[in-house]
Design a protein around this ligand. Sequence first.
Ligand SMILES: Nc1ncnc2c1ncn2[C@@H]1O[C@H](COP(=O)(O)OP(=O)(O)OP(=O)(O)O)[C@@H](O)[C@H]1O
Ligand SMILES: [Mg+2]
Length: 449
Amino acid sequence: MPNLPLDACLQDLPLHAATLDMTCSGAEAIALFADNPTLPGILLLRDRQLVGLISRQHFFEAISRLYGQDLYARRSLQVFYNCNPRTPLILEAETSVATAAALTLQRPLAEAYEPIAVSFPNGSYQLLSTHDLLRAHAEIYQLTADRLREQTNRLEHLVDDLHQTQTQLIQAEKMSALGQMVAGIAHEINNPISFVYCNIAHVQKYSQDLLALVSLYQRHYPTPHGEIQEAIEEIDLEFLSVDLERTISSMHLGASRVQEIVRSLRTFSRLDEAQIKTVCLHEGLDSTLLILQNRLRAQSDRPEIRVSKQYGDIPPIECYAGQINQVFLNLLSNAIDAVSERHRRDPHLEPRIEIATSLQTRDPDAPRVVIRIADNGIGMSPEVRQKLFTPFFTTKPVGQGTGLGLAISYSIIVDKHGGRIDYQSEPGVGTAFCIELPLALSPTQSLAS
Ligand SMILES: Nc1ncnc2c1ncn2[C@@H]1O[C@H](COP(=O)(O)OP(=O)(O)OP(=O)(O)O)[C@@H](O)[C@H]1O
Ligand SMILES: [Mg+2]
């Protein structure tokens, strides 16, 4: 049977144009059946009008009975029809296969497999075997089921894609807002702190010059006027001379620390740089830790979270630096939440986070940088582990977690950078996330920017 369309009708199926006039003999019917072994029956006409039908099965049953051959072979088909009247099921050529199959099977059981007469608009008729009709029906059913499965799969993919896009949009929005705010603050602080930092050097020089001048005066005028002597004692010139130097040095230290913080904030936001950059991941990790400094400090209900760093000898890597920093922020925030929660349950716990980096050269042609972030927090149950990277999955109270951190981190590491993200976790012991990144992006990943 040719490949059928889903809306196939009877005229698309193999039909048989087999008709005999009622006046023809039974022998002619036998000959016609013999010449066409697949012929399911013969339509009987009188004056070109359809009168009835003889089916192959029924005809041969009748003539194989005792005297059947003698009785019907030499006589007209009218005689056979009179003894075995059959009213055919007549269906229009444009009836759909599904409707035809239903109508066919509604016939009494004895007639359920009789051939069907198919009528054409020009008044002619053809025969269709019930077997062919049911085969076509089964084929169309299969085709419909396949198409339905395909459509369901396509829809599922579409929903997944939509979910993914939504996730990325929300997270991108969140991160871009944070990045912009951080970059804005860094920019605002940068100028004033630069004035302070640059001028401190002058202040130091001027104050040294002034003190040197005062001591020169003291050397050449050892007995100053009483008023000057009083002022020297009042301001405690000796102490002032020593302390001014120390004060200016600590101001210098403070200003350079603020500059360092501003630099870190800018590294974190990476808004002032091209998207793909060759960067040292240690800088990214340090600037992220700086952003989180406030959360790592001791709180009213828990001690400071100790962060230990074991930075290995890793080369700079080509990546979307801002996005990699987002991943560090997500993993470190999760670790802080996990150790804080564990400390609430077990106040003796010393909350700890360990960050380690190394170069992995298992495949010497494609070395990879490995970053491991481990915590001694609450760990994860098998149920949590199962849904870990699913967008919007969170175990945190409403308003505290959106459940997007890991979903987006996965997509940044795996889809955007061709890397891997893995983890080990045990409830009540802790969790370790491991990220592997190639040293350079593949051409398609670079183009995707
Ligand atoms: N280090 C970890 N220790 C224990 N559980 C973790 C850890 N990291 C993630 N989880 C679990 O995985 C869930 C999903 O984490 P994910 O970062 O995707 O979302 P979230 O932290 O709940 O919300 P947010 O979108 O604010 O990051 C968390 O709610 C938590 O149950
Ligand atoms: Mg999170």
